[in-house]
Ligand binder design. Structure first.
Ligand code: F0G
Length: 366
């Protein structure tokens, strides 16, 4: 069958859907992989565990084309870069931005360089950057060092930077908030998400406000952001020189959108809190085994954060402040398959048995 119409050829992505809210015009070449329109899943087990008559939803961004929320911002950043005549992209990354940038650069037919902290990228994400044909540079340093180098290279004009310091990235990522309001008919009461470089919390808050200003919602959510305890500069209000966490996506010590994240939290009367690596891994396992959603560790930080609000008097925002019957949305920012090494330890325990019904019944425990 011949795709006769330009829209069919492009696939329907967030630019086409939300163009009136985005910095695009008829002369913007749309580079899309059909990102966005991700499921907002009601989670019955999670709602039950939280209790208080709350309804908990998960916005599953892991089902975007490269498996993370970055694709929403990348379609806008790459389309705008192309409109301005860019021939090469560059980004620093803890993994997902590089996977997304590499894919959208391939789609646009331009080159892409990614600067990564050596040995700190989840294997699925690194595999993606190779597969999409990016020029990969691993540095002896962390994400914050990588971003410093990328800023300098971008200033020289050789590359278009597609990190979230590029406002086109934030503009595109706002569309996740639009979709949530469109699905629920209004903004939720609470929005929980992991925080790393702090672009996404900035984007969600901007999106909720923009939609509210256009009378698409009658309220704004309370924003609750969660950092890993070993990489929590915003929570502690100081730069962390050597951030450490199993959630490598949010292993960041000096977030670029620090001030904007603080503003989002203050304006929404929300909070920033920390969760331990143990809490993150327990939440990842719980969500997979009770709701069928496999999140990467960074994403599970939002679920760990929800449990902390529920259980702990030490939480920055405890359930004493969350009214009964609240509508709660947690963003699952990336797919669990990107970081298989975390789970693969359990697979090593698998022992083969004889190919007989008797042996199989015995192992199942029948
Ligand atoms: N969750 C995942 C899966 C991420 O990849 C990131 C950031 C975040 C949460 C935090 O979002 O930075 O907007 O606060 N990943 C970036 C990257 C830093 O390079 O892929 P943020």
């Amino acid at each position: 069958m011949q795709a006769t119409n330009a829209k069919l050829r492009q696939g329907r992505g967030v630019i086409e859907h939300y163009c009136e809210y985005l910095p695009v015009s008829d002369s913007t070449p749309i580079i899309s992989l059909g990102e966005g329109d991700t499921p907002l899943l009601f989670c019955p087990q999670l709602s039950k565990r939280v209790g208080h008559g709350c309804e908990v939803f998960v916005k599953n961004e892991g089902v975007n084309p490269t498996g993370s929320f970055k694709d929403r911002g990348m379609t806008v950043a790459v389309s705008k870069a192309l409109e301005r005549g860019a021939t090469a992209l560059i980004c620093a990354s803890t993994g997902n931005t590089s996977a997304s940038a590499a894919a959208y650069a391939a789609r646009a037919g331009i080159s892409c360089a990614v600067v990564l902290p050596a040995g700190k990228i989840a294997s699925g994400k690194l595999l993606q950057a190779f597969a999409y044909g990016a020029k990969i540079v691993a540095i002896d340093g962390n994400f914050d060092d990588a971003l410093r180098i990328v800023r300098e290279l971008g200033e020289r004009g050789d590359f278009a930077i597609v990190n979230s310091i590029n406002p086109d990235r934030i503009a595109g990522q706002k569309t996740a908030a639009f979709e949530i309001v469109d699905a629920l008919g209004n903004a939720p009461d609470f929005h929980l998400l992991p925080v790393g470089n702090a672009g996404n919390i900035t984007a969600y808050w901007a999106g909720y406000r923009a939609y509210n200003a256009h009378q698409r919602s009658t309220k704004l959510p309370v924003m609750l952001g969660f950092q890993a305890a070993g990489a929590a500069p915003i929570f502690y209000n100081r730069i962390v020189e050597t951030p450490e966490t199993i959630a490598s996506a949010i292993r960041i010590g000096n977030p670029a959108s620090w001030k904007q994240a603080r503003a989002a939290i203050a304006e929404s009367h929300g909070a920033i809190d920390i969760v331990s690596d143990e809490e993150i891994l327990a939440a990842q396992k719980w969500l997979a085994q009770h709701e069928g959603i496999l999140a990467e560790p960074a994403s599970a930080a939002a679920i760990a954060g929800l449990f902390k609000c529920r259980n702990s008097n030490e939480a920055a925002y405890s359930f004493q402040k969350i009214p009964d019957g609240s509508g709660i949305v947690c963003t699952i920012t990336g797919h669990g398959l990107k970081d298989p090494d975390i789970i693969s330890q359990r697979m090593k325990e698998l022992e083969p048995v004889a190919a007989t019904v008797t042996d199989v019944r015995r192992v199942i425990g029948l």
